[in-house]
Design a protein around this ligand. Sequence first.
Ligand code: 5GP
Length: 179
Amino acid sequence: MTRIFGKPLISQQEINRRIKDLGRRISEDYQDRDVVMIGVLKGAFAFFADLVRAIQVPVELDFLVVSSYQGSSKSTGRVKVISDLTVDIKGQDVIVVEDIVDSGLTLSFLKKKLLMRHPNSLRVCALLDKPERRTINVPIEYVGFTVPNKYVVGYGLDYQNRYRNLPYIAVLDQDGEQE
Ligand code: 5GP
């Protein structure tokens, strides 16, 4: 039996189309270079898997596991690295792949941490950008979609570790149920 998860904010088709565009742009920008793509888990797992397959230059992959929300829909502002990189990024061209940039605290923390390892370059690709909530200015070179100030789930994004497997992006209402 199929469970219905409400009306998507961003459909599967829109996501697929946008990822193709991003993959094309990244392939053009990095055509003479190898690139290290770093997926920030868990939220970026679905986006990362689809994005890297849309890129046509050689890529090396690695992952960081971070936790900033600890299962709730409100930011605690605390970022914890649960699992670090296994590759050395010194002198490498690196792209950090995030699910969503909200306050910007997680990304800003990660960028500082990665820059201390002296990559040749460091850019950011985020599936979703929620600019209304930003408390710290952090540039994002590649953005999938700009979203309103609502808590979104699906396509990797969770609410209390659920909904990550939705193939589209949906909005949660204030009670934690989908609209
Ligand atoms: P920031 O540090 O920018 O406030 O938050 C970044 C992290 O918080 C994201 O990587 C994501 O895990 C989580 N987050 C922020 N906004 C949302 C949202 O609307 N939905 C979900 N599921 N997670 C979010």
